[in-house]
Design a protein around this ligand. Sequence first.
Ligand SMILES: Cc1cc2nc3c(=O)[nH]c(=O)nc-3n(C[C@H](O)[C@H](O)[C@H](O)COP(=O)(O)OP(=O)(O)OC[C@H]3O[C@@H](n4cnc5c(N)ncnc54)[C@H](O)[C@@H]3O)c2cc1C
Length: 323
Amino acid sequence: MKFNSWMRLRVFCPMKIMLKDAFPQMCERGDLSFEELLAPYTSFKIGGPADAFCIPRSIKELVDILSFCIVNHLPYFILGKGSNLLISDKGIRALVISMQGLVKITRDESYISAFAGVSLRDLCEFAQAEGLSGLEFASGIPGSVGGAVFMNAGAYGGEIRDLLYCSKYLEPTVEGLQGDYPVRHLKAEQHEFSYRHSSLQSRKLILLSSVFRLREDDPHAILARMQDLDAQRWDKQPMDLPSAGSVFKRPEGHFTGKLVDDCGLRGFSIGDAMVSNKHCGFIVNNGKATAAEVMQLIRHIQATVLERFGVRLETEIRMVGEM
Ligand SMILES: Cc1cc2nc3c(=O)[nH]c(=O)nc-3n(C[C@H](O)[C@H](O)[C@H](O)COP(=O)(O)OP(=O)(O)OC[C@H]3O[C@@H](n4cnc5c(N)ncnc54)[C@H](O)[C@@H]3O)c2cc1C
């Protein structure tokens, strides 16, 4: 224990001092902090502290802090709305870069451009008010544009790939961040979308903004469709409890919720982590669930479903930090 704390101090102190020295204005503004608890930044309400945590307010600030990390070999992690994450109880030994400060949305004819930190809800409400249809499926997904493109989020028969026209991104390498304007462009097909996957994942790219191609429609009709999908979500999913959505990817030819239910695991809990009574594909936090409890529950579900049905459940949520 003593050894671990000492080791951590050695890694942690230089990062704190280096970042404080290099970005004093961010510190003064309160946009660069240390030992920030991450639980409030996730939909699961689980997660220990980040060694360092920042909220860049412009692309330039993001490029500066990212370049600093890369040149100085400081680990970093990009955080969207934290709605697809299970963060370790021990937190993250890195600079967590929250995209919540990058939130511009603009319209050009039937195209909408949105920065990575824009919430899908705000994007969908903007599109609806502008009379642009296509994003209704996404209005109840509690993520950001960055997280949704990264994950190729989808629901009710729609997916991000159906609408995405192009994106701007950063390549987090010394060469990639060189020059006055290191922002690069990705065409739709270069995202290599598939089920809950995009090339941003394998290429470790940082999404800055995306353009969506929509079609004109009556705002009232769009609103009605959004409300209908919202109602379906509230009817079928445990929206009133903290969770990270569907824990597992949909296995070919099966429904996860039914497999888990047929194993008798509806309502099964370890500590405060519980298989939702409303939707067995969700794990909910009943109050004080820890990441360790959620992990134990995930392993138990996977083992039970494998033994009973021979189906391997692969996690959709992403685990971050030491579990
Ligand atoms: C109640 C509930 C319902 C849900 N329903 C659905 C659903 O119907 N369909 C669905 O697909 N998902 C659903 N989800 C899961 C989640 O909302 C989506 O996966 C969402 O797209 C994640 O976005 P985020 O901003 O929260 O990403 P985060 O959880 O913050 O991050 C997810 C991953 O994306 C990376 N990332 C985030 N932003 C960027 C960026 N700008 N550049 C590069 N990488 C980035 C992170 O590093 C991380 O690896 C649900 C979740 C909840 C809690």
